[in-house]
Write a protein that binds this ligand. Structure first.
Ligand code: 6GU
Length: 251
C-alpha cells in the first residue's frame, strides 16, 4: 500500500510513523508513507495556503489552488481515494479502517484553521472522515490515527497474525482482561482457569469476559455484534434484556 498525506506540517508525521508496528510494516515493504508539504504547491513568494473567508467571520480558510495542484500531481492518472479529514466527515470506525485497508493507495488531505474551501470537498475529495465528536486543531492527528488503524490490518503487519481479527471492535465486542506472569502479584492472583490447561474452558471464559465487559461498558455494541445463541444465553444470564443484532456468529 502507498499512503500520501498532504499537510502544512509534514514534520509532525516523522516520529509517529518511525516506531512500532508502522515502522516494521514500512521496513517490510508493506506500506510506503509520504507526508507532503502543501507549501511546495504554492506559487507566491510567501507560500500562502490560506486566506480570509468570503462573507466575513473569524478565522482563515485553506485556499483551493495549492490543494488541487498537489492532489493532481500526487495521484497522477490514478483513481484513488482522496480523503478530506474534517469534523464534518463520516465517523471513523473499525469497519471504515477495514474498507480503507483494501485499497492499494490512499491520499489524505489535512485541513487546518477553520476550514477548507468548499470546492475541495465538492470537486476533489472522494470521501470525508472524522475521528470523533471533538475538535482538533487540524487533520494531522486524525490522519495518524487512521494510518495506524489501517496499517496494522495489512497482512504481515502484526507479529501474531490472528491478533487483528481478535481485537476489540474487530469482533464487535470489547476484549476481556489479559494476564501475564507472575501468577500472583501483591496478593492478586490470576483467574485459575487460565492455568488449568483446558483450552475449551479458557476459550469459554474469554468469550464470557468479553461479553461481560461489553455489557458493562458499551452495551450499545451488543445490538450490532455478531452473537451466537450461546452468547445470547450468557448475556441474558448476566441480566441483558436485548436488543440483539441479526448478524449471526458462525461458531
Ligand atoms: Cl478529521 N479534523 C479536525 N480538525 N477535528 C476533528 C477531526 C478531524 N476528527 C475529529 N475531530
Amino acid at each position: 500500500m502507498r499512503i500520501d498525506i498532504l499537510t502544512i506540517f509534514p514534520e509532525m508525521f516523522q516520529s509517529p510513523f518511525d516506531a512500532s508496528i508502522i515502522k516494521r510494516a514500512r521496513e517490510k515493504g508493506l506500506v510506503e508513507i509520504h507526508a507532503h508539504n502543501l507549501r511546495d504547491w504554492t506559487t507566491d513568494r510567501h507560500k500562502t495556503t490560506d486566506d480570509t473567508p468570503y462573507g466575513g467571520g473569524g478565522g482563515m480558510v485553506m485556499k483551493p489552488e495549492p490543494i488541487f495542484a498537489a492532489v493532481e500531481d500526487i495521484k497522477g492518472e490514478e483513481d484513488i481515494p482522496v480523503i478530506l479529514l474534517t469534523p464534518q466527515g463520516r465517523l471513523f470506525t473499525q469497519e471504515v479502517a477495514e474498507e480503507l485497508a483494501r485499497h492499494d493507495r490512499l491520499l489524505f488531505i489535512c485541513g487546518r484553521y477553520e476550514g477548507v474551501d468548499e470546492r475541495v470537498r465538492a470537486h476533489l475529495a472522494t470521501d470525508e472522515i472524522s475521528i470523533g465528536d471533538y475538535v482538533l486543531s487540524g487533520g494531522e492527528l486524525a490522519a495518524m490515527v487512521i494510518v495506524d488503524a489501517v496499517v496494522r490490518l495489512l497482512p504481515g503487519a502484526l507479529g501474531y497474525e490472528r491478533a487483528a481479527a481478535e481485537d476489540s471492535h474487530a469482533t464487535g465486542l470489547l476484549e476481556g482482561p489479559h494476564y501475564t506472569r507472575p501468577p500472583e502479584f501483591r496478593g492478586w492472583a490470576i483467574p485459575e482457569v487460565l492455568t488449568s490447561g483446558h483450552h475449551a474452558r479458557v476459550a469459554e471464559w474469554r468469550r464470557k469476559q468479553a461479553l461481560k465487559r461489553t455489557l458493562e461498558r458499551r452495551p450499545d455494541l451488543l445490538a450490532r455484534a455478531p452473537l451466537s445463541e450461546q452468547d445470547k444465553k450468557w448475556l441474558r444470564e448476566m441480566g441483558y434484556q436485548g436488543p440483539f443484532g441479526d448478524r449471526e456468529n458462525q461458531d
